[in-house]
Ligand binder design. Structure first.
Ligand SMILES: Nc1nc2c(ncn2[C@@H]2O[C@H](COP(=O)(O)OP(=O)(O)OP(=O)(O)O)[C@@H](O)[C@H]2O)c(=O)[nH]1
Ligand SMILES: [Mg+2]
Length: 272
């Protein structure tokens, strides 16, 4: 998940490619009814159930793009059986869900929460991965709004949750030097620097201090850095998420079985 353009589809595509290089199968489900371009192979595509044009072009609906998307996602929530059928035969069941970016799906309407509950009912371990573009983070005021959206998603979905800062390859050397401040942020410290200036009113500063204290109180907002040009960085993110999912805990016996059958084959075939 994550705001529009934060790199969700690219993340999925990078994880599929990384999976190929470490002999691990990563499936992707496209959950964006408005998706036009992605370059990963899809296991399931929500557009086969409904797409945003259906809701926009229908004479009786006539939605715009955002209302259309909400309509499609609600339609999906009424048709989870369809999704369950498509997921039923998967053996190597590490599945990424490439979600739409609209924040209201995570904060205002229940569809994503319902999806999480359905997946859990079907015995999947679920971890939310929330992506934010590092270009927006390297400025304290934008960072706060990014953190708040990540936090409200986390509180709303109630799953294990990992925040990832994407597009590090695009940061300048100067911005990279500041990165540590943002990966494990103390909000009060960040905002103190930003709003020290006298041009801000007392009330505005007080509001920001209150928001910062609230975020610090949760002390749950951390970001994993992701540089798609660095294989180690991709692997690090994958492993952190594996830990949250307890993924691969049942791998050992199967790995040993496979080694007995085929001594060359060590790390393929995970069970989720
Ligand atoms: N350099 C660089 N570009 C990236 C990275 N991730 C995404 N991009 C670019 O950012 C743009 C948006 O990426 P997408 O993966 O489509 O983002 P998205 O979150 O799926 O976007 P929506 O589905 O429209 O919400 C594309 O032009 C990508 O090529 C990255 O890590 N590095
Ligand atoms: Mg996308």
């Amino acid at each position: 998940m994550g705001p529009a353009g934060s790199g969700k589809s690219t993340y999925c595509s990078n994880m599929v490619k990384h999976g190929e290089s470490i002999r691990r199968i990563v499936h992707v489900v496209n959950l964006d009814p408005a998706a036009e371009h992605f370059d990963y192979p899809v296991l399931v595509d929500v557009r086969e159930l409904i797409q945003v044009d259906d809701a926009m072009e229908d004479e009786s609906l006539r939605f715009g793009p955002n209302g259309g998307l909400v309509f499609c996602m609600e339609y999906l929530s009424q048709n989870f059986d369809w999704l369950h059928e498509q997921l039923d035969d998967i053996e190597d069941d590490y599945i990424l869900f490439d979600c739409p970016g609209q924040i209201e799906l995570y904060t205002h309407i229940p569809v994503m929460k319902q999806l999480v509950e359905a997946l859990q009912k079907w015995n999947f371990n679920v971890c939310s991965v929330y992506l934010i573009d590092s270009q927006f983070l390297i400025e304290a005021s934008k960072f706060v709004s990014g953190v708040l959206t990540a936090l409200s998603t986390m509180v709303n979905l109630e799953t294990a949750h990992v925040n990832v800062m994407t597009k590090l390859d695009l940061l300048s050397k100067k911005d990279k030097k500041q990165l540590d401040r943002y990966l494990e942020p103390t909000m009060q410290g960040l905002l103190y620097d930003e709003f020290e200036d006298d041009k801000f009113s007392k009330k505005f500063k007080k509001l920001n201090a209150a928001i910062a204290a609230m975020i610090d109180d949760y002390s749950l907002v951390r970001f994993l850095p992701l540089d798609q040009s660095d294989e180690d960085s991709i692997n690090y993110v994958l492993l952190q998420i594996d830990t949250c999912l307890q993924f691969g805990e049942d791998m050992e016996p199967r790995e040993m079985r496979e080694q007995e059958e085929d001594p060359d084959q060590v790390d393929s075939g995970f069970d989720g």
